[in-house]
Ligand binder design. Structure first.
Ligand code: HEM
Length: 367
């Protein structure tokens, strides 16, 4: 095309397909001759959610593609973070929107609820796609009446959801990316060896301080020393690859041992310039998980207010089922719990000078 579409005429109404969009609110209550004022709000709220879900899917697919193509260099990491930031802002909006829905009273809802059976949010394909793209583990999903989450979709949508898991979720790709993180071994410096030593030094100091304390009674000293012993055992168990792999096998952890060490390293030395963006990315993932949980919780509370203990139109126990998903459906829990392994900055192993130089940005100027 000669002018590359720059000065063609497109009207606002057409460009945004407003004819279709603004004529897509079909109130069941009106069709059945018993118009219910609040049904418009109910439909529009759901439609707005679905539009934002579409945007989230769009962002997630693009971020995953960057990881898949192994394009996660410094410039792309910034792009990925920008898109994850955007997802967070949208999710915040989705949480706030529950307040708009709640401006409808439970009694008003009953004016049209009976016309909705068996439609349910349980049938939102895009919501499931978001969960899958992020990497909600399939086997930990809560079911009701033994109904699998994907059983409500036609075959092509079922296949699409299975394909997301096959191609690798955001969780899987971040895991792989972390496994490739350099610096865990640098020349003769072995991060994990030094870290274990630092943990021992810290715990030994703690033991000495307890034994020397003038304020603690003998009984209290025994109890506190036992607690330090517990911490010691805990660190030893977690920092050993064998134990970690066992936890992964049992489904208690998902992040591989190597990826966990990399995430630990990034968190501990996040002040080093090169680690700032990776640290930001890990923080984004934790934020997104928290926002998902907050949405689930707020939605469950809204359902309690609207329905009390009535069952859902999709056949679940309603509030009880939804509250359980808020508790169990976590995606990046391993990034949350990494802080269990932190020790104070003052006790951290000092990085060799050469390594520190590699972790900082170099600017050379030829004068
Ligand atoms: C009056 C408002 C609402 C009520 C009473 C309500 C009720 C419910 C109930 C009872 C369920 C459990 C499944 C079932 O048995 O049907 C559910 C699931 C769900 N709802 Fe809502 N909902 C409301 C608004 C919304 C809105 C505005 C959205 C936005 C898209 C939404 C999205 C979902 C999703 C995605 C699920 C599946 C959650 C999961 O299985 O993890 N709901 N809803």
């Amino acid at each position: 095309m000669e002018n590359e579409g720059k000065y063609t005429t497109i009207h606002y109404q057409k460009y945004l397909a407003l004819d279709e969009l603004l004529n897509a609110q079909n109130l069941r209550s009106e069709q059945l001759g018993k118009p219910a004022h609040e049904e418009m709000l109910f439909i529009i709220t759901h439609q707005v959610y679905e539009l934002w879900f579409k945007q989230i899917v769009h962002e997630l697919e693009s971020v995953i593609a960057m990881f898949q193509k192994d394009q996660i260099d410094e410039s792309n990491l910034g792009n990925a973070i920008g898109r994850l930031d955007r997802i967070e802002r949208i999710m915040q909006l989705l949480i706030d929107q529950i307040g708009v829905m709640e401006s409808m009273t439970p009694l008003d809802f009953l004016d049209f609820r009976e016309y909705l059976f068996p439609a349910s949010g349980f049938q939102s394909f895009q919501f499931r796609a978001i969960e899958c793209l992020l990497g909600l583990p399939d086997m930990t999903r809560i079911t009701y009446h033994n109904t699998r989450y994907n059983s409500v979709f036609p075959d092509d949508q079922k296949e699409r959801l299975a394909q997301i898991y096959n191609d690798g979720t955001l969780f899987d790709w971040v895991n792989k990316w972390l496994e490739r993180t350099p610096f865990l071994k640098f020349g003769s410096f072995d991060f994990i060896k030094n870290y274990k030593k630092a943990v021992n030094v810290m715990l030994e100091k703690e033991r000495k301080a307890i034994s020397a304390s003038e304020y603690l009674s003998d009984d209290e000293k025994v109890k506190r020393l036992e607690m330090v012993g517990g911490t010691d055992t805990y660190f030893k168990a977690i920092l050993s690859q064998e134990n970690h792999d066992q936890l992964v096998k049992e489904g208690k952890k998902r992040l591989s041992y190597q990826a966990t060490l990399a995430a630990l390293f990034i968190n501990l030395y996040r002040d080093e310039p090169i680690l700032q963006l990776p640290f930001q990315l890990l923080t984004n993932l934790i934020d997104i998980d928290d926002l998902m949980t907050t949405w689930r919780y707020r939605h469950a509370q809204m359902v309690l207010r609207m329905l009390g203990n009535k069952v859902g139109t999709g056949g679940s126990s309603g509030h009880e089922y939804l509250a359980e998903t808020a508790r169990i459906h976590k995606i990046f829990a391993d990034f949350h719990t990494i802080s269990t392994l932190f020790i104070p900055r003052s006790a951290l192993p000092v990085l060799p000078d050469e390594m520190k130089k590699n972790l900082s940005f170099h600017f050379t100027q030829n004068l």
